[in-house]
Design a protein around this ligand. Sequence first.
Ligand SMILES: Nc1ncnc2c1ncn2[C@@H]1O[C@H](COP(=O)(O)OP(=O)(O)OP(=O)(O)O)[C@@H](O)[C@H]1O
Ligand SMILES: [Mg+2]
Length: 293
Amino acid sequence: MVESLNGNIPRGRITGVKMVELAATYGHEGIRIAREPFYLPQGNEVALMRAAYLEHLPVLLKGPTGSGKTRLVEYMAFQFGRPLFPVGCHEDLSASDLIGRYLIKGDSVIWINGPVLAAVQKGGIAYLDEAVEARKDVTVVIHSLTDHRRYLAVDKLNETFDAPPEFMLVISYNPHYQSVLKELKPSTRQRFVAVELGWPPPGLEQTILEHESGVDAATARLLVEAAGKIRNLVTQGLEEGVSTRELVYAGKLLVKGVPVRDALFSTMVEPLTSEPDMKQSIIELLANYFRVR
Ligand SMILES: Nc1ncnc2c1ncn2[C@@H]1O[C@H](COP(=O)(O)OP(=O)(O)OP(=O)(O)O)[C@@H](O)[C@H]1O
Ligand SMILES: [Mg+2]
């Protein structure tokens, strides 16, 4: 339906309407972050992102799951006062999902902006999450937005949209999952200012846990210490270390009175591995800090 209409639409019948369905819940204005998100910088990432924004450079956020990438982008969107247009990338994502498409509505044809085109038009922040999951042809579509050209060519509309200075493109990926098959092309990677996030340093992570979950300082410190030990298991075959996000969940469950063993198993053991030996190793480590046996 959509593709067959390509190029045959009388322009008078095209009206700019809402956002594409994958972002429809946010409306065509993107997300306006009303309150300042809580974000504690791990290092120079906020300064880097601010400089990149002012210089109109795109940013590639690298970091493991739950390390604060999305929170950082929300924080920056708030700081810049710009709407946010997030897109979760996956292998079925098409260029039309990002840019837009024609749809037939009743007896008329409408054009639905995709989130990237909407972000260009509104001067917002387009955030492509897990960009490595998108097909290579999709990432190439955004190339013209990432260099000095800063425009988005929309073949179907036979139009080119120049990005205003407020527009920013941010993509994220988790290098840990990368494989030879799933890696951004060098020609894509090398168009971005790369900002790397890791696990927050212990004192900082403790403050994050206290703030986000309401857990007391002593428990937060133990959670962070235990997490540090668990993260070392990555060298012994654990796929990925426990995330700050899971530690926040652990704190929240504890605050709600969930027994320690249950709270920690369901946040710091089960989500990390299904391998009995690895589980046992994690439990042994946790037992040095908490009553989990
Ligand atoms: N530096 C930080 N300041 C404040 N909160 C943080 C920070 N880092 C992590 N968090 C906490 O960890 C949670 C997870 O962070 P976030 O969702 O941003 O991770 P992510 O890197 O986007 O993960 P994913 O790759 O899985 O999407 C946040 O909701 C927040 O509670
Ligand atoms: Mg995220």
